[in-house]
Design a protein around this ligand. Structure first.
Ligand code: FPP
Length: 239
């Protein structure tokens, strides 16, 4: 049963920057990678909580184009976590979730690329929530890739430069088939966007919490959604 007790409708699309795994682990005297493992469990639970409150689209920043700068050990651990647990991380079969991925795949291992493609194919017709994992994703990279596609379409004669408006450009982004972000949540206390979905959050409400991702509970999620529901979204209008 859906448990939506908010003052307004829940956001259709929530994006999450899952920050603070390293600090969570450090506080417990554990390696950073233990924080990512715990973070993966929280991700799975948050997906269930989102479904419960009626959110239709959720996008998670799992690995950014900048995360390659981390130590080899940490990068390998994150990649292994994805390779070994992709099917488990998002319980898409049982929960009727349509799973998709954004980000450049060419730098990922063949094993991971294959698992991603299989999961997308298997879950394509699922009618529940759409969950998008951003892996090797950067907002600027997304825009540059779209600009390249646009220039190819123009040079091949499929697109006239005058027909390239915002709506047409949006369809060339990797998020082509999902609506713009309504609410972006960042855990872990930092107040920045870190190159996540920079086009897609143009009119999103932003919510920052000091809670570390591994401690992010259903009640923290409710607080974020409640805050969203109480805001007056004007989309540039004067009302
Ligand atoms: C940021 O915390 C978190 C990440 C870079 C990875 C997020 C990954 C998960 C939640 C696990 C699920 C996803 C995968 C890839 C399996 P941080 O390490 O920057 O934490 P800190 O700010 O405390 O150092």
């Amino acid at each position: 049963m859906k448990t939506n007790n908010f003052s307004g409708p829940p956001p259709e699309h929530i994006a999450f920057i899952m920050d603070g795994n390293g600090r969570w682990a450090k506080k417990r005297g554990l390696p950073r990678t233990a924080g990512h493992k715990e973070g993966a469990k929280v991700l799975r639970r948050v997906i269930r909580d989102l479904d419960d409150i009626g959110v239709k689209y959720a996008t998670f920043y799992a690995f950014s184009t900048e995360n390659w700068k981390r130590s080899d050990d940490e990068v390998s651990a994150l990649m292994k976590l994805l390779e070994d647990n992709l099917d488990d991380l998002v319980n898409y079969e049982k929960e009727n979730i349509r799973l998709r991925f954004i980000g450049g795949r060419e730098r990922l291992s063949e094993v991971l690329q294959k698992k991603m493609a299989d999961a997308e194919k298997k879950s394509l017709d699922h009618t529940g929530m759409t969950v998008t994992l951003a892996i090797n994703y950067g907002g600027r990279d997304d825009i540059v890739r779209a600009a390249k596609k646009a220039s190819e379409l123009v040079s091949e004669g499929f697109l006239k430069p005058d027909d390239l408006d915002e709506a047409a450009f949006e369809k060339l982004l990797q998020t082509e088939d999902i609506p713009p972000v309504d609410l972006m949540v960042r855990t872990g206390g930092e107040l920045r966007i870190s190159n996540f979905l920079i086009w897609q959050i143009s009119y999103a409400e932003l919510y920052f919490t000091d809670t570390l991702w591994c401690d992010f509970s259903k009640s923290d999620l409710m607080k974020a959604v409640d805050s969203f529901s109480s805001r007056n979204r004007r989309f540039g209008d004067a009302k």
